[in-house]
Ligand binder design. Structure first.
Ligand code: SF4
Length: 667
């Protein structure tokens, strides 16, 4: 008999859909969007739908595996969980004794977004504290920027964009990365809102709206400062709002005054008239919102860029009001689900951190103690991190590695033990995203996992038990979920509840966050918007939002490399069975400098390595830029063989887009 369940999309996506899952005879037979979801309203994308074929794919890992040296080289063979526990227990205890727990590196990320898989982080805190990444591969500079300006990054409830008369989509491609925002933008356009897309690339989103403004990469701060200058010169700033709510306006005004239209035109490549028109339109609109993308902060100057754009909202008083805001992230629910992890930190007496984008360098140079074991879950750093040529070599050199995943990823290939991960449909869990959707998804277990799969949560519970650890703070999945949701329920003034009985039908959200800063109480030290931030100064940064000149190409590597998300895959997940070579897109003017034919196979050569790719001429790409979608695995030519480990100005963000390449004919 068919049964229906509700499960969350587990992917690292802004939108966080919930599915209706139809199960027949212990098999998921249908996946649809849940029309009752307040943000995504029953509309899901192909990445979400592909979860079903991934779950039943013949190449999915469904047994624990160990790497053994055979006559034919290294081979993964099946192993029992008893043996797995014995080996891991032995390794952990001997490393702890000989080197201390810091010699263990714990690497987790958001390949699966449910809170249950945070158990790996809790486990290692309770084990005594280990080495772990800090910073971000994704959005850290922008988060840090909004923390300096507003105290925390909060976004408007998605439907509020319909209240805006003017909407700036700045360095964001929602048609590919946030389809529900895209749908709302189309609705807003129909209602008469003006949608302006600013991007170095003429993206699918840019083509879908009337106004596209091309900007030189890494120069957005100069545009924002020139717009601010025009607004102030024309007396369109909101003095009343500024006096009550903003710190540092005078100093900001003086700094922005040097960003004349002429100067900004030279830097950004946008003509003076367009800059002025955008500034006036933004300031004059009663309700105007800005949606910023993450790509814009993947440069060495990324954090300051976001601060300069935040300033536009601050000086025009377009913060804390309907149809306004500078929307970058939406940290609403997630801070309330983190209690157990926070509590576990008291056990992490030997913690050590490294900047996540520097994994390769860190592994090579770290001493006292060197890294002797790595545990990876929900992540594929050997495809997704920068400079994977060196990272792979240094990762491989570590003595003992354990990787959880659904498929034999590039990272799993380098492991000693590979453990099968459970699918989202095989366990109950809680999901939230801090990016766009502000609602909690409770995800029901729909089917049992394959016989020889122990979900990560159960695995670590057992491992802790075997090691005699009694400090995790919970003993069962139910207790974990209930304790995790407790602070949120308290915030909402709700009774502590049994999950399955009560919140399956509900979409909890903190309604006060629908229009952030409505009360004009900001989370900064002063309680105001801090255009001048003492905190930034203490951190060794410019206290004011600043334009930092873009990095420059040189003769050997004349093309800036941009590596954005494709519509088909969440990072590398959708490339498991894609054996094609990537495409490198260049506009005709840039391609002509290399004397290479359209559709020909070329080498794309970076400072560290080279890959093969098909050259496609595409006028959507800006000058002197090579564009390759990220996510391809090593077998195809992963783009991160070409990127370098560079860190942004704030938030320890990997500055992927400060990598440069050249093109050559293949042999
Ligand atoms: S990937 Fe995003 S848009 Fe697609 S189904 Fe999942 S949450 Fe929804």
């Amino acid at each position: 008999m068919k049964k229906q369940f509700k499960a969350s999309c587990p992917m690292d996506c802004t939108d966080l859909c919930r599915f209706l899952v139809t199960v027949d005879s212990q098999k998921v037979v249908k996946l649809e969007g849940d029309p009752g979801h307040p943000v995504t309203k029953g509309f899901i994308c192909k990445k979400g739908r592909a979860l079903l074929s991934r779950m039943y794919h013949p190449e999915r890992l469904i047994h624990p595996l160990i790497k053994k040296l055979t006559k034919k080289g290294n081979k993964f063979i099946k192993i029992s969980y008893d043996e797995v526990f014995e080996i891991i227990e032995k390794q952990l205890l001997s490393i702890k004794k000989e080197y201390g727990t810091k010699a263990i590196l714990n690497y987790t990320s958001d390949g699966y977004g449910g809170i249950k898989n945070r158990i790996q982080n809790i486990f290692f805190n309770c084990f005594g504290g280990v080495t772990q990444p800090e910073g971000s591969l994704c959005w850290g500079a922008g988060i840090a920027a909004q923390q300096y300006d507003f105290g925390s990054p909060k976004g408007h409830f998605p439907d509020d964009v319909l209240n805006a008369q003017t909407i700036f989509i700045w360095g964001r491609n929602p048609k590919y990365t946030s389809i529900h925002l895209y749908k709302l933008l189309k609705q807003a356009q129909k209602k008469g809102s003006d949608v302006i897309v600013i991007d170095p690339i003429e993206t699918a989103t840019a083509r879908a709206f009337d106004k596209y403004v091309r900007i030189n990469p890494s120069t957005d701060a100069a545009l924002a400062l020139a717009m601010a200058n025009i607004i102030i010169e024309n007396n369109l700033h909101d003095i009343g709002f500024i006096e009550k709510n903003v710190i540092g306006f005078k100093r900001f005004k003086a700094y922005a005054s040097s960003f004349t239209l002429k100067k900004s035109e030279q830097i950004t490549g946008i003509d003076k008239k367009s800059i002025k028109t955008m500034a006036l339109q933004y300031a004059k609109a009663k309700r105007a919102s800005i949606y910023i993308g993450f790509g814009m902060q993947r440069y060495h100057n990324g954090g300051n860029t976001i601060r300069c754009i935040d300033a536009l909202g601050a000086i025009t008083g377009k913060i804390g009001k309907k149809g306004c805001g500078v929307n970058y992230a939406a940290k609403s629910i997630s801070p309330y689900l983190n209690d157990l992890y926070k509590k576990s930190r008291i056990h992490a007496l030997n913690k050590r951190c490294f900047t996540v984008g520097n994994l390769g360098k860190f592994l090579k140079t770290v001493q006292d103690p060197p890294v002797k074991a790595i545990f990876v879950a929900g992540a594929n750093p050997l495809t997704q991190g920068p400079d994977i040529k060196h990272t792979r070599k240094n990762f491989a050199a570590v003595k003992f590695k354990v990787v959880f995943d659904h498929f034999m990823t590039d990272t799993a290939q380098q492991a000693d033990i590979v453990l099968p991960a459970a699918s989202v449909f095989e366990q109950d869990d809680l999901f939230s995203t801090s990016m766009y959707s502000p609602v909690l998804n409770y995800s029901q277990k729909s089917v049992d996992p394959p016989e020889d799969v122990i979900p990560e949560f159960e695995f670590y519970l057992k491992l802790a038990q075997k090691l005699g650890m009694k400090n995790l703070g919970f003993k069962t999945s139910k207790e974990y979920l209930e304790k995790s949701i407790e602070p949120l329920l308290q915030k909402l003034g709700k009774e502590s509840v049994l999950l399955d009985d009560h919140i399956t039908e509900e979409y909890l959200r903190i309604k006060q966050n629908d229009i952030p800063w409505k009360d004009r109480v900001f989370d900064t030290p002063s309680g105001k918007i801090e255009l001048y931030s003492e905190k930034a100064l203490q951190d060794g940064l410019s206290p004011l939002p600043a334009f930092i000149a873009p990095s420059r190409a040189d003769e050997m590597y004349p093309l800036r490399l941009l590596t954005c998300h494709t519509i088909d895959s969440m990072h590398s997940q959708g490339f498991a069975f894609n054996n094609n070579k990537p495409v490198v897109y260049l506009n005709r003017k840039t391609a002509q400098k290399f004397n290479l034919q359209d559709k020909s196979l070329v080498y794309v050569k970076g400072i560290n390595s080279k890959i093969e790719a098909y050259l496609y001429i595409d006028e959507a790409i800006c000058d002197n830029t090579a564009f390759i979608y990220q996510g391809f695995w090593h077998k195809s030519g992963a783009v991160n063989f070409l990127t370098q480990s560079i860190t942004s100005d704030m938030g320890k963000q990997a500055a992927y887009y400060d990598s440069f390449v050249t093109l050559e004919k293949t042999d």
